[in-house]
Design a protein around this ligand. Sequence first.
Ligand SMILES: [Zn+2]
Length: 355
Amino acid sequence: MALTLIHTERFADHETPPGHPERPERAEVLDAVATRWRDRGVEVVAPREASHEQLARVHSEEYLAVIRETRGQARQLDPDTYTSPESHEVALLAAGAVVDAVERVLSAPHHTAFALVRPPGHHAERGRAMGFCLYNNIAVGAAHARAQGVKRVAIVDYDVHHGNGTQHMFESDPDILYISTHQYPYYPGTGAADEIGRGAGQGFTVNLPLEAGAVAEDFQRVFSEIVCPVLRQFEPDLLMLSAGFDAHEHDPLGGMRLDAEAFAAMTMELRKVAEEHARGRLVAVTEGGYDLAALASCLDATIQTLHGPVTAPRWPRSGIASDRGARSAAAASAALKPFWHLTAGSHPASAPRPV
Ligand SMILES: [Zn+2]
């Protein structure tokens, strides 16, 4: 098993206003983590910029022109999304990093790649910047994989926010499965369990909304009852991961209670599926994660998981009683029953409600 990290110090050159959570200091964490793993023998490569053709597979021409025009300028694009003079180029490198990651994973079996990028991408819509995101990095990568002849791509998104942009870009496409665990109700407002895709894409959008306060046991439950069964029935040729770490208990934006070991366990669940169905092909890309120390520890745990042998996932125990996961799995199961064989809800949620 080989792991490649795709990263450049240029990711610090996208500046946001003072006090903004998606700040350049996050790039310093990415730098430090990349350096540490390079010293341990992991390959670290710099990305190329995404091409117009690659971006235009998921973004409108009008939107690409809007972002191009921010070159050299500090602009506000939505209530919490800004550009600085170099943001355009940095965003091209972030999207290009996922394209590079996809190409590397497709070129050799049992290869994983992790694009350590900013700005994040999963809120960016076809024609709109949103939620700190300019280009939808993982969507650009998934569309690139399809253009390279990959038949079925599965995207799992464990960022604490719902990836509205990624969902909307692929919601009519039965060849790109989108599965998200996220805090709900919460920003951006989408991601209810009954959002299951449209037209031919019905059943290929899987939402696992979780109430604030969810713990590792809740995530383990939705992974075992929904995420992994759906992935195994879909049989992806490539697995992609929107690796946001803002469901960490110390995150200033998210209200969940995960630690780095929980992110490692979720990542290992996906590696197992990738080994079974996709010749180990797994591409991860960073999304959110706004506590710098938590971001560093989650990145290390995830990289360790992508780099080491495939083992049984080791889910941590919070010891906190919560039925959030059981209720989320039951809601998703009810919405998705026509499309997948699922067993969630066949036994009652027995955990007592937390106080
Ligand atoms: Zn997020």
